[in-house]
Design a binder for this molecule. Structure first.
Ligand code: FES
Ligand SMILES: [Fe+2]
Length: 407
């Protein structure tokens, strides 16, 4: 612990982290407890479980969890660990079940988590003591966030500030048109650091930069004359439509802003044309740019007029990170008529592959004996936010562990 505490103490804000933060197994193990099992983590969209009995599983820190819709349409989250001897209960990424049956000795749970059947347990066995363990869950216009901690941090501030931005896109009236999972050979924080800046975009993302502006703020000091003329014009349009656009004061924990596309693009596609002819929600106007929303530790999203992109990172080891990307379109959109999966997914599939190479190179380079934390550029201010938040989470956790040891 001393080694980690010392590294946190000598860390300089505005600089990348010391090498061990990206490679050390003990730090990785601590992060799972201090961060992933201690904060709200994106679990999916409620459109993925539209019918009673539908469930999805997700990995949060060291845990598999089940997110399920019960017969009364209530959505619950449980730890995916049988109360008998701990087996995984749901072994698939998604499915539908009237009851949750453990595949090992068939202990059977209702969708409300109560234990309904356990064979050969004797007359003094009390099934009410063996319900599935619940995980806190919040839904924000369809976006499901879960928290494993028994004392979850505040969610209301995020909900209040971000809700008005994403509600018009009606994520709760969508369907997943495509899901992609790639394993990046890089530490999860390097995957996030890479995502939190567009300093690298011009040199690496020809598909993405057709539509996406590299400028992250409406008054970005790097803004060129084109951007500086475009921004006020778009703000006028959005305000006429009642769409919020200003950056929200999310501090280091979350970010939400509406920004315009460039090149007259209507959507994040290779040529800027719509990815889906049926627009989201009740939109009749396609030229809306996108709402960019990020929530620590690893969930970023784009809400366009025609599709929503959810991305989330799941750390697998210090050296490997699962990136899950989902493309969502209007629930009534018809594949082959309203949208083509290849056209819909091409930009972000290409971008993710390009980013995976960048993050991997970054990962390898930070192993060098010559590596030392380097200064973030001005346009990398979101990396400063992220690493400051990360360090605080780790420090607070270590203080709590110490205080509890003192008891
Ligand atoms: S571990 Fe689940 S029934 Fe035995
Ligand atoms: Fe990138």
């Amino acid at each position: 612990m001393n080694h980690i505490e010392n590294m946190l103490k000598r860390r300089k804000s505005g600089f990348s982290l010391e090498s061990d933060f990206y490679h050390d197994q003990a730090i990785f193990d601590l992060e799972m407890k201090a961060i992933f099992e201690n904060d709200w983590v994106f679990g999916g969209n409620d459109c993925e479980i539209p019918k009673p009995g539908d469930y999805i599983t997700a990995t949060i820190g060291r845990n598999s969890i089940i997110i399920v819709r019960d017969q009364q349409e209530q959505i619950h989250a449980y730890l995916n660990s049988c109360r008998h001897r701990g087996s995984l209960i749901c072994t698939h990424k998604k499915g539908n079940a009237n009851q949750l049956v453990c595949p090992y000795h068939q202990w059977t749970y209702g969708l409300d988590g109560t234990l309904k059947h356990a064979g050969e347990m004797g007359s003094d066995f009390d099934p009410t003591q063996y319900s599935l363990k619940s995980v806190s869950l919040k839904i924000l216009h369809g976006l499901i966030y879960v928290c494993i901690s028994k004392t979850p941090p505040d969610f209301e501030n995020f909900k209040t500030q971000v809700g008005p931005y994403i509600k018009p896109h009606q994520p709760f009236r969508t369907k997943v048109a495509h899901e992609d999972n790639i394993i990046e050979d890089a530490n999860w924080k390097l995957v996030i650091e890479n995502n939190r800046e567009c300093y690298h975009c011009a040199g690496s993302h020809p598909e993405l930069t057709y539509s996406l502006t590299a400028f992250a703020m409406p008054d970005d000091p790097r803004g060129d004359s084109f951007f500086n003329e475009l921004m006020p014009k778009k703000i006028k349009d959005w305000e006429k439509l009642g769409l919020p656009h200003k950056p929200v004061p999310g501090g280091e924990k979350f970010r939400c802003i509406r920004l315009p596309f460039i090149n007259d693009a209507l959507s994040m596609t290779v040529d800027g044309s719509l990815a889906c002819r049926k627009l989201l929600g009740d939109f009749t106007e396609a030229d809306l740019g996108s709402v960019r929303m990020f929530h620590v530790p690893g969930n970023w999203n784009h809400f366009g007029s025609d599709y929503i992109l959810h991305a989330s990172v799941t750390p697998l080891s210090p050296d490997q990170t699962l990136l899950t990307t989902k493309w969502l379109v209007h629930e009534d959109a018809v594949e082959g008529w309203d949208y083509d999966v290849e056209h819909l997914t091409r930009v972000w599939k290409a971008t993710n592959q390009q980013d995976a190479i960048l993050a991997h190179n970054n990962h390898l380079g930070t192993k060098s004996v010559g590596y030392e934390p380097g200064p973030y550029a001005q346009s990398e201010f979101m990396l400063t936010d992220f690493t400051n938040w990360y360090a605080k989470m780790m420090e607070n956790y270590l203080v709590n562990v110490k205080n509890n040891e003192d008891l």
